[in-house]
Design a protein around this ligand. Structure first.
Ligand SMILES: NC(=O)c1ccc[n+]([C@@H]2O[C@H](COP(=O)([O-])OP(=O)(O)OC[C@H]3O[C@@H](n4cnc5c(N)ncnc54)[C@H](O)[C@@H]3O)[C@@H](O)[C@H]2O)c1
Length: 275
């Protein structure tokens, strides 16, 4: 076998033998959230998947999808808003599943409103889940990644971290912007240790959370609300959780071995649009 052939992964995004932890791998409502679709995609590519969520039953449901397909997955309850929970969870993962190859930080919460509608407590709570937990999770996984001179960090931001989406969503937008920059900073500092860190930036994705919480902002009728959201996108449709998951899988794999400190937009062209 030539060196050229040997250096090409078996599948384009092969994850066989890798262990991936997804923080926020459940779903706030039944169906395919981004974290759940990512967990299943990682498993289909051969990874062992550790599903973390504050909602244990939701994490277990994700793990069940995987094991029913013959994959390997374990569910853990972890509240990423609580520092001690993060420390304890990653310590126990290190004992049971070490080494961890990929950290996928998926948790994200928000509250609509601008500065007058957002309390200091709201901002602190949203910052804790969206930003502080990313740093604390990285603190937990980086030492062993440094020791092994390999590792991947994938964070999930949002187009809301880059653009005003037509309604005030101050705490969400600013914390998602912070996710992007925090990931870039980590990527720069840890690149010499063989660790890659990138952000996936989803656009308007049709997940159960959107049906439950976001769609009503566009219209009273859910179908009309979703159609209005779709019309905003140059591709004229919302994305699926699977389309975001595919981008994550690529970044997690060795096919992305020279990609770090950057962002991958999965937005149907939304951010490039003028109006
Ligand atoms: N759906 C979209 O249109 C969209 C667009 C851009 C970005 N995103 C981002 O993608 C990610 C997933 O979004 P989704 O739409 O699939 O929503 P989701 O709310 O279903 O997924 C988030 C998961 O994180 C979990 N979670 C929330 N707070 C937690 C905490 N403190 N500790 C542990 N787990 C916690 C939830 O239980 C849920 O399972 C989020 O970061 C979101 O901001 C979504």
């Amino acid at each position: 076998m030539s060196d050229l052939v040997r250096s090409t992964p078996r599948g384009p995004w092969d994850l066989a033998g890798k262990t991936v932890a997804v923080a926020g791998g459940g779903s706030v409502a039944p169906g395919w959230s981004i974290g759940r679709a990512a967990c299943v995609t990682y498993a289909r590519l051969g990874a062992t998947v550790l599903v973390l969520d504050r909602d244990l039953s939701s994490a277990q449901e994700t793990a069940r999808f995987i094991t029913e397909e013959g994959g390997e997955a374990y569910a853990y309850e972890a509240d990423m808003a609580r520092e001690q929970d993060i420390v304890d969870t990653f310590r126990s993962l290190a004992m049971r599943h070490a080494p961890l190859d990929v950290l996928h930080h998926n948790v994200g919460i928000g509250k609509t409103g601008g500065p007058m509608e957002t309390s200091a407590e709201d901002l602190d709570r949203i910052h804790s889940v969206n930003v502080k937990s990313l740093m604390l999770s990285c603190q937990a996984v980086l030492p062993s990644m440094v020791e092994r001179r390999t590792g991947v960090i994938i964070s999930i931001a949002s187009v809301a971290g880059l653009r005003y989406l037509g309604y005030p969503h101050l705490a969400y937008c600013t914390t998602k912007a912070a996710v992007i920059q925090m990931t870039r900073m980590i990527a720069q500092q840890y690149a010499p240790y063989g660790i890659r860190a990138n952000t996936v930036i989803p656009g308007l994705i049709d997940t159960p959370r959107v049906t439950a919480n976001v769609a009503h902002m566009f219209a009273d009728n859910l179908d009309e609300a979703k159609a209005e959201r779709a019309r905003q996108v140059p591709m004229q449709r919302m994305g699926t959780a699977w389309e975001v998951a595919n981008a994550c899988a690529f970044l997690a794999s060795d096919s992305a071995s020279y990609i770090t400190g950057t962002e991958l937009l999965v937005d149907g062209g939304l951010v490039g649009k003028f109006v």
